[in-house]
Design a protein around this ligand. Structure first.
Ligand code: ATP
Ligand code: MG
Length: 423
């Protein structure tokens, strides 16, 4: 194929079969978010590069290697957003939205220059939610209960598990980082290349390594939880107690850390064992100093993001939805070009009366048998046939493909029949 008309590596087209699942998921998500009074916001896909660098952290994978950044015509350095939280914080500071409402959600594409593989793409969609102004663990719990409800509503709750951890405050982590680096330096020869690099840039990320040898090595390592302040520890304990009380199943994973610098205190991930290496469907946590660091007044915050493609992969692997797409409900076939007008008029009249029906007119130059075959494969419920004879006598020939019955109906009768069938 001509190379120039191929899409960019790691960026995919989405087709109707998959989009049927996407739309179903979206409808459920919107319903659930609405039921918790989270309000939608839509944000630009491009932001100034500087805000990501400052917020996400210069030595994180995202900022170091994964951002799509470029200069615009005036020389401003811009970035295709790699995640949604930073833009959301920028927007609420800029628009003074902190007082008005404190729970938001958004859905849209994100961009990261990563190595494409199953569940990891260069353009992918996230549904995210962010809550501002609440510092107690009640909101951590609400977010976890809310996400749990999403899984239940879609029917994947038994295939996905929750891991939680507390990564304390920045100050707590400074001391811990020193201890961890000390421990790992003594064993540097055992580290893989990635971890060696991280030892000097972002050592906490080593905790989260997928390499089993590294995980074994870490069994002896100092534990972050031992360096966390009393108040942070309390926050986490309270959250765990509340989860127990509300019947939320979870696992404490002391090695769970997040890839972006702005997180603190509670972090969590929902994982599935059905997806292979890219198994995190939803990730989130608190970021209590980000609003202030980005120039707003001190405001605690928490959020999460769901990777929609991974969720769709999971839903597909579980075969929760049938992949059959009904292309039409009513299939109109006209015989002879002079009857095309009647077909169009009739279809418009039906749409006026029944706006939800899907009405398809076959405009192809095919013989009748072929057109009927197409109607059947489009999973239409009824076919309406319009030929000279029908027009002359003022009726329509209607085939009910499900009941396997045929009717000759006046327009009025046809309209009633449609109502009866599709009520
Ligand atoms: P991972 O450990 O999988 O790289 P991350 O820590 O980079 O995840 P976040 O920035 O927390 O991920 O993003 C939240 C969610 O968005 C992830 O859990 C995942 O479901 C999804 N996600 C992240 N990066 C990608 C990607 N490149 N392609 C598809 N989905 C992604
Ligand atoms: Mg990542």
């Amino acid at each position: 194929m001509n190379k120039e008309i191929k899409s960019i590596r790691g960026m995919y087209d989405y087709f109707p079969k998959d989009l049927k699942i996407w739309n179903y998921i979206e409808i459920i998500f919107k319903e659930v978010l609405n039921s918790y009074c989270y309000l939608e916001i839509r944000l630009p896909i491009l932001e100034k590069t500087e805000i990501f660098k400052r917020a996400i952290g210069n030595v994180t994978d995202v900022v170091e290697k994964e951002m799509y950044s470029f200069n615009d015509r005036k020389g401003n350095n811009l970035t295709l957003r790699p995640e949604g939280t930073v833009g959301c914080v920028r927007a609420i500071i800029q628009n003074n939205l902190l007082q008005k409402s404190n729970k938001f959600w958004y859905l849209g594409p994100m961009f990261r220059y990563e190595r494409p593989q199953k569940g990891r793409y260069r353009q992918f969609y996230q549904l995210g939610a962010e809550v501002f102004g609440l510092e107690t663990e009640d909101i951590d719990l609400e977010i976890i209960i809310l996400t749990n409800r999403l899984w239940k509503r879609i029917g994947i709750d038994s295939f996905i598990t929750l891991e939680v951890n507390s990564i304390g405050s920045k100050i707590d982590r400074v001391q811990y980082k020193k201890e961890l680096v000390n421990f790992l330096k003594k064993r540097e020869y055992l580290l893989d290349e990635d971890c060696k690099r991280r030892l000097y840039t972002n050592p906490l990320r080593i905790l989260d390594s997928k390499n089993q040898d590294i995980q074994n090595l870490l069994k002896e390592a100092p534990l972050l939880s031992e360096y966390i302040s009393f108040s942070e520890n309390n926050h986490f304990k309270n959250l765990c107690n509340m989860m127990n009380h509300h019947g939320i199943k979870y696992k404490c994973n002391p090695h769970l850390v997040r890839g972006l610098d702005y997180y603190n205190s509670t972090v969590f991930e929902w994982k599935s064992n059905k997806l292979g290496a890219q198994n995190t469907i939803c990730a989130g946590g608190r970021y209590d100093s980000l609003v202030q660091e980005m120039g707003g007044r001190k405001t605690p915050a928490i959020g999460f993001a769901i990777g929609i493609e991974r969720l769709v992969l999971l839903v597909k692997s579980l075969k929760i939805f049938s992949e059959v797409i009904e292309e039409s409900n009513v299939y109109i076939i006209f015989i002879g070009d002079n009857n095309k007008c009647h077909a169009i008029n009739l279809s418009e009249e039906i749409r006026d009366l029944y706006p939800k029906l899907r009405i398809f007119i076959n405009f192809l130059h095919q013989n009748l048998t072929k057109k009927i075959k197409n109607a059947i494969s489009s999973l239409a419920r009824i076919i309406i046939l319009i030929g000279d004879n029908e027009i002359k006598k003022g009726f329509f020939l209607v085939k009910d493909l499900k009941e396997k019955k045929e009717y000759h109906l006046l327009k009025k009768e046809l309209i009633l029949k449609i109502q009866e069938i599709f009520k």
